[in-house]
Write a protein that binds this ligand. Sequence first.
Ligand SMILES: C[S@@+](CC[C@H](N)C(=O)[O-])C[C@H]1O[C@@H](n2cnc3c(N)ncnc32)[C@H](O)[C@@H]1O
Length: 404
Amino acid sequence: MRPNRTAAIEREGRVAETPTPPAQLAARIIARCNARQPADLLLRQTLARRRALTPDQAAWISRAVFAYFRWQHWLDSNQTLEERVESALGLAQRFSAGEGWPSDAELVEKAIPSWVAEERIANAAWVRSLQKDPVLWLRARPSSAAVLMQAFGPEALVPGPLPDSFRYSGSSDLFVTSEFQEGLFEIQDIASQAVGHVCSPRPGEVWWDACAGEGGKTLHLAAMMEGKGLVWASDRAAWRLDRLKQRAARAHCFNHRRVEWDGGVEPPTQTEFDGVLVDAPCSGMGTWGRNPHARWTTTPTDVHELAAIQRNLLRHAAPTLKSGGRLVYSVCTLSPAETTAIAEEFTALHPEFEPHPFANPFDLKADPAAALTFWPQDTGGNGMFVAVWERRLKAAPVTPTASA
Ligand SMILES: C[S@@+](CC[C@H](N)C(=O)[O-])C[C@H]1O[C@@H](n2cnc3c(N)ncnc32)[C@H](O)[C@@H]1O
């Protein structure tokens, strides 16, 4: 008797697989995408289940889904979804051939939602950068660069513009490499790496990464501190901190402490910090190149609701700084409401903080500025806004003088 293969597979916790052509799988994913089920999440889930797919097929499906959302307003809605996927890949190829197509005006009209153009955030160079395949950036653990170069080779790994940064263009699944498992590198966008360099914590200091998430920046700060001192890592999402715990173990990062914090007025500790990073939740417009589906699900209401959260997070985190301590605000978005407006309002409402000019990590010769936007077209990474303040000396407590 033939064994019941489906039942056996289900007992093993795997999905029974009938081979689905990649174009059909891409179309199925696209059809299920919505604001609650973003394309990147559905792709991760689907590709993790479809273990029979080769790495090349998996990469093709990701490319196809993302190409669809980059080019969807050029596609013919009379075609089937599968046909549109093929057309989108054709348009992506035409664009990368650099024939000067489409014009700037057409790009701004079709590649981003109209509300962005209306808010005057859009510039053609930014929108053009959103239509390209994104760069995969790595951050090497300090002193691991040579080992990584040896392992991946100069074809796949090219040094990037920041210390320990690399641009990866190989085809291996990096997550399964022994170098990744041994914590020799992190996959981290170059603009996120730049935030670590803006913070530039010193060994022995105590920092708070207030919206640490899964710890991309916590691990960077802790590494810059050479394992000396402490980074408090907080987030409202316990599951994200659990992931941070696993990542930190892999990265041999021991100088950090995880704690839940809901962003409320009560800080997670009475510690006074040398530095606080508020890498706040945001509308993520800076990631629209990497994650084009998000262009079509983000709304102006999101922007304004998130701005209110950002304002509160900064206000609640700020009092925990020591005199002379630095407060760093970063968001991977570009809307004025979440970037310059938040920074200007904080400066106006907090005279105890002074805007603190810092060097642009991508251009150390440029004049320091207290707030900067890193644009994708300039850095090859996500769009990111960073602002820094220094806490002025706290007034000494008034002690009553004895009367003569
Ligand atoms: C931009 S992500 C952080 C990314 C992270 N710093 C990194 O580099 O990997 C923003 C984080 O803020 C957290 N968050 C959202 N609302 C919050 C709140 N009210 N209080 C604290 N954290 C919050 C989210 O759970 C999310 O992990």
